[in-house]
Ligand binder design. Sequence first.
Ligand SMILES: *[C@@H]1O[C@H](CO)[C@@H](O)[C@H](O)[C@H]1NC(C)=O
Length: 317
Amino acid sequence: MFLISLAVIHIVCLILLILYCRLTVGICKCSKHLYGKVVIVTGANSGVGFETAKDLAARGARLILACRNEERGTTAREKIVSATGNNDVHYRHLDLASLASVRKFAADIIKNEKRVDILINNAGIFYVDNIKTEDNLFVGMQTNHFAPFLLTSLLLPLLKSSAPSRIINVASTSYMRSKIDFENLNMELENKDTYTCHKAYCMTKLCNVYTTLELDRRLRGTGVTVNCLHPGFVDTNIVTTIQWPLFRFIKPVVRLTMKSAWEGAQTSIYLAVAPELENVSGHYFSDCRERGLTKKAQDVDIAKKLWEVSESLVKLK
Ligand SMILES: *[C@@H]1O[C@H](CO)[C@@H](O)[C@H](O)[C@H]1NC(C)=O
């Protein structure tokens, strides 16, 4: 009898959790069109990035899909063109694990585009070994922080001349589990036993938050806004690759609490189009609502120092 009531209580809690997750999903209801606007989305070939790009293309924008893999990038382009009827969608090669590739991509945009109205730094990786890129930076930090930092910096003049324009950084609530260790930004102090991709990922996401705050400070009065967001717990490739043995059994239930890629894209879309956000900058959002940041994540000195260290590591100065 006791065991049965225990089981019932667990099932009821689970159903309530699933209902809570389903009912709190924020959906962007704004129907604003984007004719004449140029939008760049990184990592637009799949998941949240693909859904974000598709929605913005449906609003009439000129879309640049910045992805590493040409085949996947051009396939995504074809799907978006046929779903939206917008032919002004283009694949451009961008490999964030190479700063030379970031520079080449940015130079190509500056040469060929008259404007950039919206830049969405969406691409990110989770499962990554502690290895170095050709730039001698830890591959996780480079893909999730240093490369988007460089890309944004290189495109700033064009974003400023296109103002009002918006920069959107896809972070994650995982930022809360981290703190910046300036002695160990590139995971040099980690060994096989201490390194985990989770630890590395959380630090990169905290870097996205600090970068958003510092960039906001630097952009005051330019008409360019910058905000960051948590897309939610989204059912994408990342989840498919979770390898814990137990996870296989609970996955079908966990899936019910997760967002689809379309739902995960809603906050990025909201930040890109909502007219009421025209002058809103330096904030963190989730489910299409502004959320507070932890006190630690609002430390302006750390944000400023991270900016300066990043500038020197990507050889911007
Ligand atoms: C944003 O600021 C500009 C200039 O101060 C103002 O004209 C505009 O109404 C503001 N927009 C919103 C949505 O508050």
